[in-house]
Design a protein around this ligand. Structure first.
Ligand code: FES
Length: 157
């Protein structure tokens, strides 16, 4: 069964390579499509992409790690990204983060056991003058305080 799944994933990647081409510039669109289909890019998928594009797996992994929209592990249905860069940090990010962690009973970098919410830190979201800022899925929230952040979290629970 596992072997069948692996072969199926390889076939999917081969189709994507036909669609986008074998150039290095195809890497991101290929990874985006894999993620769209499977919600994350597994170790096996990364190895297969590297093999089929004839590049080193480390290169695939570093692209996934660099871009916040690509995931190498399964995530919750909602992704909360709180800015950790200095301006938001000085504006009270720490208290906001602690309130969210307390409310959900998980730490940043973790996913709730019901797979509903993943907490992540992000770098500057371009909202420095109205920080602390965070993105929940595609929506940006700013001028956060612990109370406001917790009520946003409770809306998506
Ligand atoms: S430092 Fe947080 S949005 Fe820029």
């Amino acid at each position: 069964m596992l072997v069948m799944e692996k072969n199926q994933l390889t076939e999917e990647i081969e189709v994507l390579i036909k669609k986008y081409g074998k150039e290095r510039s195809s890497l991101i669109p290929i990874l985006q499509d894999i993620q769209k289909q499977h919600s994350y890019i597994s170790d096996y998928a990364q190895q297969e992409v590297a093999r089929l594009l004839d590049i080193h797996p480390v290169e695939v992994f570093s692209v996934i790690s660099f871009y916040a929209f690509l995931n190498s592990s399964p995530k919750g249905r909602n992704i909360v990204r709180l800015c950790q860069t200095i301006t938001c940090d000085l504006a009270g990010k720490k208290n906001v983060a602690s309130a969210i962690e307390r409310e959900l009973g998980i730490k940043f970098g973790q996913t709730t056991p019901d797979n509903k919410i993943t907490l992540e830190y992000a770098n500057c979201l371009g909202m420095c003058d109205v920080g602390p800022a965070m993105i929940v899925n595609d929506r940006v929230y700013y001028k956060l305080d612990p109370e406001k952040a917790v009520s946003i979290i409770n809306e998506i629970r």
